[in-house]
Ligand binder design. Structure first.
Ligand code: NAD
Length: 279
């Protein structure tokens, strides 16, 4: 039976550490880490995420500012707001909450953010640094996964890592972070043939496909570490991951739950990046 990795407890510890560091930074240099969140439109899930970020900032003694813009906001208006935040000395991290309305280019917005304030790690400069093995701001969800492994004393070096999903925000950056830590990495996607054959090779299996409970026990090697990135809301309201938790837990050595696994780490990493930017 697998050990269940407690993301909630780990993220709580990280946020407590960040709070202490923020206090020290304020005492020594008079700097309060500041995060600006830009929300365009009224997407209900985004509203919830933004509230979580505001609360986490307040709890850790960070300064936070939320800019709420209507869904009809012109792209140029949004870019002007980002430029203002780029120049604002109280703001060290800028996050534009996705999704954005269709008339706004995500690339244009991402590239307008000062890379040193790009605490999401999505700006091409940060992506390039990650690619070359010298990351600055790391994408938060993949960084949170590495942190979960490290804080659970799970070795990465030399191990066979298989990722299901190749998105720019999870699969690809996770592959690069694992490579930097000397794992042997395979990335699977919708056109991978014989997926189960590949996943069965994994010492560490990362599920980031956005398909409810698609990873079944017969796809998991005995003793594998199973990390579930998926967050899927079922028709009956239940929240499940990409991993069929109960049956996979029978075979895995470690497993993350949903909720309470990877998801809760993302905000902690966002704050870690903001503190780094403030320093
Ligand atoms: P995405 O839709 O952008 O990418 C999914 C990837 O999975 C694609 O590369 C696709 O090729 C692959 N895929 C889909 N179905 C597959 C299948 N049947 N077999 C093999 N590969 C398949 O999704 P994303 O943005 O990367 O998010 C993935 C999941 O992670 C979602 O459930 C999302 O909600 C969750 N997520 C969680 C966090 C967090 O924990 N904070 C952050 C981001 C995303």
């Amino acid at each position: 039976m697998a050990i269940v990795i407690d993301g909630k407890a780990i993220s709580r510890r990280i946020r407590a550490e960040l709070k202490e560091e923020a206090l020290r930074l304020k005492g020594e240099r008079g700097v309060v880490p500041g995060l600006a969140v830009v929300l365009v439109g009224e997407d209900p899930a985004s509203q919830v995420y933004v509230r979580h970020k505001e609360n986490a900032c307040a709890e850790a003694g960070f300064h936070s500012r939320t800019l709420r813009l209507p869904s009809t906001t012109a792209q140029q208006t949004l870019l002007n707001e980002i430029r203002r935040l780029n120049e604002d000395p109280q703001i060290h991290g800028i996050l534009v909450q996705l999704p954005l309305p269709d008339h706004i280019s995500v690339d244009a917005v991402t590239e307008a953010i000062d890379p040193r304030k790009d605490v999401d790690g999505f700006h091409p400069w940060n992506v390039g640094r990650l690619f070359s093995g010298h990351p600055w701001h790391k994408a938060c969800t993949p960084a949170g996964i590495i942190e979960l492994l490290d804080r659970s004393a799970i070795e990465i070096e030399g191990r066979e890592a298989v990722i299901v999903g190749r998105s720019n925000i999870v699969g690809k950056p996770l592959a690069l972070l694992l490579l930097a830590r000397h794992a042997t990495v395979t990335v699977c996607h919708t056109r991978t043939r014989n997926l189960a054959e590949v996943t069965l090779r994994a010492d560490m299996l990362f599920a980031a496909a956005g398909k409810p409970e698609m990873i079944r026990a017969e796809m998991v090697r005995d003793g594998a570490v199973v990390i579930d990135v998926g967050i899927n809301r079922l028709a009956d309201g239940r929240l499940v991951g990409d991993v069929a938790f109960a049956e996979c837990a029978e075979k895995a050595s470690y497993i993350t739950p949903v909720p309470g696994g990877v998801g809760v780490m993302t905000i902690a990493m966002l704050m870690k990046n903001t503190l780094q930017a403030a320093k």
